[in-house]
Design a protein around this ligand. Structure first.
Ligand code: MTE
Length: 337
């Protein structure tokens, strides 16, 4: 193996452990893909939209990465009181903005905000296609004005068994589905993220991945009231590392089901392939509902830890559907209970 992992000097003690994990994960993924050397993978499918990558000022901190031209209409939004997380406090904002997974910037560290300076998401459009009455391209700022935004306090759970409680701002994904007017035979949605290799350093660095990031949902999941298109958090537009300019929050599923910076939604009549499932099918099922009874080969799902707690020994029990059974349980009669 010719790749040498250089540990950056800014990693937190906690993420140093993750760096190690990520290193082994990466080795595993490379071997899953059957690749011996970095750069051997075909990157012909790169969905590069913007290619500017002009020099920008380095961010001074994790909250300094909200794009200056992000639309601010409606922020801070009123919280929707239907969605409560009574058992635990809201995660510290700095922690939620400093401990991230966004492999387009780097899969080897959680602290990626430093790497987002060249990323310039706005203006941003979302392409809607496939089985719809009429394909369309929507400007995100127009969408935010059209739907308005609300705040929802949600649990957010990564398959790596860390979790947060986040006040997201955005609009129900269902609004976007209704606007798209899918044909009756459309059973699933496929989401495709942007992959701007000159703005997102992780894409060139990890060329063995099948960029761009892609995910999928069933129609009933996408139109469930919990499915949320997120444009902001903590009362302001999203930071780049948290998925600016738009991502999904599907709080009953593991975090990887929520693509960041998605620019394309395709309505299809089959279960779409997904980024992580294609890499390691035994680890990342299509449904990927949070469930302590469905074991994962590398991370026990029985318990989780809050990222604010840098004490990694303090763990709490994982809840079925991440505590959202009353909203989503009916959709999954076969889920182990
Ligand atoms: N979306 C894209 N495009 N690229 C990614 O690497 N990581 C996923 C998800 N969405 C990812 C992504 C994973 S594994 C998780 S846990 C969440 O984003 C992390 O969201 P957060 O960094 O805001 O906590």
């Amino acid at each position: 193996m010719s790749n040498i992992i250089i540990r950056p000097n800014w990693v937190l003690p906690e993420s140093a452990a993750s760096t190690q994990d990520a290193y082994f994960n990466r080795r595993r993924f490379i071997s899953t893909l059957g690749l011996g050397t970095i750069g051997v993978a075909s990157v012909g499918s790169l969905g590069c939209i913007g290619q500017t990558g002009e020099a920008a000022e380095a961010p001074k901190g994790p909250l300094d990465t909200i794009p200056a031209d992000a639309p601010r209409d409606g922020y801070p939004a009123a919280r929707n009181s239907l969605y409560k997380v009574p058992e635990r406090p809201i995660t510290d904002r700095i922690a939620a903005s400093s401990y991230n997974n966004f492999y387009e910037f780097d899969g080897n560290s959680k602290e990626i905000w430093h790497l987002t300076d060249k990323y310039d998401p706005y203006p941003f459009t979302i392409e809607i296609g496939g089985l719809v009455e009429k394909p369309m391209t929507l400007d995100l700022s127009d969408l935010i004005r059209r739907f308005g935004i609300e705040e929802r306090l949600y649990r957010h759970r990564c398959v790596e068994a860390w979790s947060l409680t986040v006040p997201w701002e955005g609009f129900p994904l269902r609004n976007l589905v209704e606007l798209a007017k899918p044909l009756s035979k459309a059973s699933h949605l496929k989401f495709v993220s942007i992959a701007r290799k000159n703005e997102m350093p992780g894409i060139k660095k990890q060329s063995w991945y099948k960029w761009p990031y892609y995910e999928g949902l069933r129609m009933d999941e996408a139109t469930n009231e919990l499915a949320f298109a997120v444009t902001g958090m903590y009362g302001e537009p999203l930071t780049k590392q948290n998925g600016s300019p738009i991502r999904l929050a599907l709080p009953w599923k593991y975090g990887y089901k929520g693509p960041k910076a998605f620019a394309k939604i395709e309505f299809v009549d089959y279960e779409p392939k997904t980024f992580w499932n294609d890499i390691a099918p035994d680890e990342y099922s299509f449904l990927s509902n949070v469930n302590p009874k469905v074991p994962h080969p590398r991370w026990s799902q029985a318990t989780e830890r809050f990222i604010k707690d840098m004490d990694t020994t303090r763990r709490v029990r994982t809840q079925l559907f991440n505590g959202y059974e009353e909203f989503v349980g009916d959709m999954y009669p076969n889920e182990p209970r």
